[in-house]
Write a protein that binds this ligand. Sequence first.
Ligand SMILES: Nc1nc2c(ncn2[C@@H]2O[C@H](COP(=O)(O)OP(=O)(O)O)[C@@H](O)[C@H]2O)c(=O)[nH]1
Ligand SMILES: [Mg+2]
Length: 385
Amino acid sequence: MEIDISKLAQNAIDTISEQIKNLKRLNIIVAGKTGVGKSTLINSVFRDNLAETGIGKPVTSHMRKLTKKNVPLTIYDTRGFELGKDVQTEVKNEILDTIRKSLASRDVNDPIHCIWYCINTASNRIEPHELEWLRELSNENQITQVPIIIVLTQSFSKKKAEELKKMLLDENLDIIQVVPVLAEDYEIDDIGTIKSYGLDTLIHVMEEALPDELMDTLQNVQIASLKSKKLKAQAVVATASLAAVGEGAAPIPLTDCVMLIPTQITMIASITVIFGFDVNKSIITALLSSTIGTGGATVLGKTVVATLMKLIPGVGTIAGGAISAGTAGVITAALGEAYIGVMELVFKGEMSIDDLSTEKGKKTMASIFKEKMKTIDISAFKKSK
Ligand SMILES: Nc1nc2c(ncn2[C@@H]2O[C@H](COP(=O)(O)OP(=O)(O)O)[C@@H](O)[C@H]2O)c(=O)[nH]1
Ligand SMILES: [Mg+2]
């Protein structure tokens, strides 16, 4: 049985769209004085330069909504915090009001999930009224219980940031964490550059704070932690490989290999959503043809599987014209790992997303795939009886 790769790729693209459509929107309020580094932070943590799309849409006197097409994220950016006590009280009431309204909404995409309150580590020490404001906000948030994270921005002095963090934690505010960050590298004349740091920690704190149903969205929109994306993607591959083992447990005749394919398509789609890249059909076609298609236009036909099996040490030939559980597991895991491998290269800027459908991209995918086929331990997928 032979399957058209172009049709499979279309199937994958449709699955990706479906999964993206099903992502719940993540909604975050970002507050703090003008100039502390809110916009810089937002653009460093999330994809697509959300904070550079203009001024956003006003939702209250001091809050604007930042959104971008195809990004399941809303940032409520607050302004005017530095204008004095009266405005600060207004800002606080607007934040609490927005939260209450969002929680009362029937739309599952409306609720505010988190507040980031930004304090500039580099500026002078935190003023008593700012602490008082935070205390009032967290007190009034007792009912709504939206997690508050204090982000210490522009923390190029790690020592100063740690002191400030300790001081804030000692205040016993109802907040979940204080996270020092340097969103962008910081250059000091004649001394050198301080590398950005802390954004991955902010992502980890978010992973702890947000409900499970928002984990896929968080990975899709964040660009601050490759490690988080990879861990999530590897979990997807592990699940898919085990599912393939289950499906191959019979063992299944080669003519029925088509049974395995939905598992692998779903896996590819999930990894794409986690990385948040705009992947098109030609990229998926390149991936499938250079790996499980072994260069041809069809996939998992008899000869293809025979070729693939030669790559797995100790498997060699097809026993009785059937694909074993272990083989199905290894092929699935290798395909998933190869795809994660190229997504990682794109994330690091070592390859562009368009490179993936070129000869160079295909070669890279094929070589990672072959390597994984050789090194993944097939015994991990042996049926346990
Ligand atoms: N090097 C560096 N500059 C920063 C950082 N965060 C903020 N800035 C600078 O501080 C200024 C104010 O930042 P901005 O993000 O516009 O603050 P906002 O008013 O809170 O949105 C800008 O000139 C930024 O370039 C950072 O992490 N590293
Ligand atoms: Mg700004």
